[in-house]
Design a protein around this ligand. Sequence first.
Ligand code: TRP
Length: 318
Amino acid sequence: MKKFITIILSLTLALTVLTSCADTNQVDTFKIGLIQLVEHSSLDEIRTAFTDQIAESAKKNGLQIEIDYQNAQNDMTTINTICQKFVADNVDLIVAIATPAAQGAAAAVQGTNIPVIFSAITDPIAAELVLDLDAPEGNITGTSDAIPVDKIFDLADELTPGNKKYGVVYNLGEDNSVSVVKQAKEYLESKGIELIESPITSSTEAQLAAQNLVGKCDAIFVPIDNTVANAMSILAEEAIKTKTPVYAAADSLVGDGALASVGVNYTNLGKQTADMALKAITGTAIKDIPVEVLKDNSVTVNTDTATKIGVDVSKYAK
Ligand code: TRP
């Protein structure tokens, strides 16, 4: 009997040694749940830069990374369903592009160890994702495209001087926009300029909101609002009809017809998000990965729109 037990024991030992050898040859596979709020050009640009960069880093580091990409169609219920599924699948990391998606991810991972890296969050503190940008205390960190509100209005003042009334179209349900509109209001009030708000709750309302504003204001301001971004070309068309300049907070909004913007480079932002994601899955604690706020802003102008409304943007045209 004793001999039999010894044989069994040595067999078990041999098996353990064998499997651990096999383990060392195996490449670890990390699973990332990637959620994007909605497909508009700026968020698509971020996602492409993110996935390209993470694939390149995985190759360099000999890692196997699997990405489960889901588009939430700008719908809160869909966001929650997607994030709960990521948690049920026990992904190694959730990456969330745009504020409402990141808020859904943050809610879903509560009570789990799954970290979240957010991407392109205009105001991570106002969105209640972190309390301190330099030392994220929860299991959540990421990149921010904080808006240089004053720079946008200074550019507006240079291109079309003397604006006394601005209109703003945004979705009250997006914390990213609410925070920026508050800043814009404070800045404009300090200069004795009025801001007329035209809130919307879905992209289909953007056209009417623009029609209501154009007669009442000298220029329109569009924050980095995902709901407006989805209908930007329609809004821009309404503004062009009445030669109203539209100043926006992201280059993609200018691509869709706004006159000019000051904002960050979203390809760089996507790559930075990928670098942070790689750190998180390879063992760096989230609290040691500070939020990165993109600082390099550049001016983008739409020369077609400029010609149509008769504004000289040649100084900034590439
Ligand atoms: N910053 C936005 C957010 O926090 C997301 C975003 C990135 C965006 N690029 C944009 C929105 C361009 C509108 C247009 O949700």
